[in-house]
Design a protein around this ligand. Structure first.
Ligand code: SF4
Ligand SMILES: [Zn+2]
Length: 268
């Protein structure tokens, strides 16, 4: 099955979006989100792009340039969120400040803050869905990592459409590439000569995930697919996190706790 058919089937089977909805694609400048936007556009969905320039020097500038090229090519609107301008410092600086008090990995901090920004901005932009470029390899790795952490329930709400959260302040997240292999995505991006930054993020230093990623390189596509299929079979039995949403006592954004993860990170 080719990539386009696979994505189209995922969208239909899991009813993750329809053509009347506004889908905001979180564009990093990398191959996955680029192919995600390209395919959704080719399939006729109503798209806009959203990019966060994290202020990671020349790397961030190259990423922003790629997303601009892509959106010009697809003739879709692009919103660029300049992290340094909005926060008065780059993601690097904010992260280092947090790490001086809390022993957390770069991506753990950056991931929480990016998710927070995207949800908030998507709401302001009146998007119905947020699309990300997560693919089968990402999802299988995350599921595997959560098992290694002893917390499979962290995967309970994952899927092509984020389940289990229903709140007016929360914009549902969709993963149209959920069943696509990373290798196929990469080959497609190269074949179409899409504007993509292939170098890895200079801050991606999560050694635990890198170890798992390296282990996954030794697995066949069938084995990786088996992980996802097995996960699909058991996910309804995994104890889910409470579906009840609260609003953060500090910032008012949706959270399952009293204080959201982002405010938890940045408070003293
Ligand atoms: S790889 Fe990690 S540090 Fe780099 S942008 Fe992604 S989450 Fe942030
Ligand atoms: Zn908060």
């Amino acid at each position: 099955m080719n990539l386009k058919t696979q994505i189209s089937n995922t969208i239909k089977k899991y009813k993750i979006c329809n053509k009347h909805e506004k889908v905001l694609v979180a564009l990093s400048g990398g191959k996955d989100s680029t192919v995600c936007a390209y395919m959704l556009h080719k399939l006729g969905y109503n798209l806009e792009g959203f990019h966060i320039n994290l202020g990671l020097g020349a790397y961030s500038e190259r990423c922003e340039k790629s997303t601009k090229e892509l959106c010009t090519q697809l003739e879709i609107k692009l919103y660029v969120y300049d992290f340094t301008k909005k926060h008065g410092s780059s993601m690097c600086y904010l992260r280092t400040t947090i790490q001086s008090k809390k022993a957390l990995k770069n991506c753990a901090i950056c991931g929480v803050i990016k998710k927070y920004i995207i949800n908030k901005e998507a709401r302001i932009l009146k998007a119905d869905k947020i699309a990300t470029g997560h693919h089968l390899d990402d999802e299988a790795q995350t599921f595997f990592l959560n098992i290694l952490k002893g917390a499979p329930e962290l995967s309970a709400s994952t899927g092509p459409l984020t389940r289990n959260i229903s709140d007016k302040k929360f914009i549902p997240r969709i993963k149209p590439l959920f069943f696509c292999f990373e290798e196929d995505i990469k080959n497609f991006a190269k074949q179409k000569k899409l504007p993509v930054v292939y170098e890895p993020c200079p801050c991606a230093l999560d050694s635990y995930r890198l170890q798992v990623r390296n282990f996954f390189k030794t697995l066949s596509t069938k084995e990786k697919k088996n992980i996802i299929n097995n996960f699909d079979k058991i996910k309804d039995k995994i104890k889910k996190q409470s579906g009840k949403m609260n609003y953060c006592k500090i910032c008012g954004e949706p959270t399952r706790k009293k204080i959201c993860k982002r405010c938890e990170l940045i408070k003293n």
